[in-house]
Design a protein around this ligand. Sequence first.
Ligand SMILES: CCCCCCCC/C=C\CCCCCCCC(=O)SCCNC(=O)CCNC(=O)[C@H](O)C(C)(C)COP(=O)(O)OP(=O)(O)OC[C@H]1O[C@@H](n2cnc3c(N)ncnc32)[C@H](O)[C@@H]1OP(=O)(O)O
Length: 192
Amino acid sequence: MSEERPRQRTPWPPVPTEPPTPHAQAPGPGTKLQVHYDECFGCGELDGGLHMRSTVGEHAHVHAEFTVTEAHQGAPGLAHGGLLACAFDEALGSAVGNLLQRPAVTGKLETDFLRPVPVGSTLFITAKLDGTAGRKIYASADGRLDSADGPIAVRARALFVEVAFEHFTSHGYADAMERFRRTRPQTWDINP
Ligand SMILES: CCCCCCCC/C=C\CCCCCCCC(=O)SCCNC(=O)CCNC(=O)[C@H](O)C(C)(C)COP(=O)(O)OP(=O)(O)OC[C@H]1O[C@@H](n2cnc3c(N)ncnc32)[C@H](O)[C@@H]1OP(=O)(O)O
């Protein structure tokens, strides 16, 4: 249960990468990030959703908070691991989308669950970009229990893959871009 046992021993990123360069129009430190789509399970206002909010920090970090409610249980009184993974997907995706302003989807997400996360607790998640290699974007995050300097309960790392907007219109709803724009009118017109 200690931070001295990182559990993630394979090299990261797993391939040579370029340093991630935030987009010229990326939001700066202190910016509270908007919901990216109002029906998103992670950041939207859906009943039973995670209702996560993120803020840009220093050094191109993104800070997100996830408060665990009774709707998020796996074992009695404890967060479901799949929902914790979802919270990290959201925080990591928010870092990728907002900082790079490139449409991307999660290709791989791995999580280390280091401590139980009880109902009523809040995970303070810090996500960062680790590198890019063409369309591949590597990012990682730590989730600390109940405060920004609490013990690390969950760690995650992920590969996001940049996609064309057609990804959303051909695999999701045909009017996906209009739906995105209804929540964030200008964002989805930015040229990467
Ligand atoms: C202007 C823009 C504005 C921006 C926006 C701002 C605001 C945004 C804010 C916030 C947003 C986000 C918040 C939400 C977060 C939640 C995100 C999710 O949960 S996304 C849903 C779950 N994920 C899927 O549904 C993907 C399903 N999979 C696919 O569609 C495909 O497999 C895809 C696109 C991932 C890759 O398919 P291919 O055909 O396009 O490309 P191939 O060649 O297969 O992969 C590209 C490279 O990536 C590697 N790769 C792909 N998957 C991999 C894996 N699982 N493991 C290792 N490598 C993998 C491949 O080996 C390849 O590498 P090599 O180029 O050959 O070096």
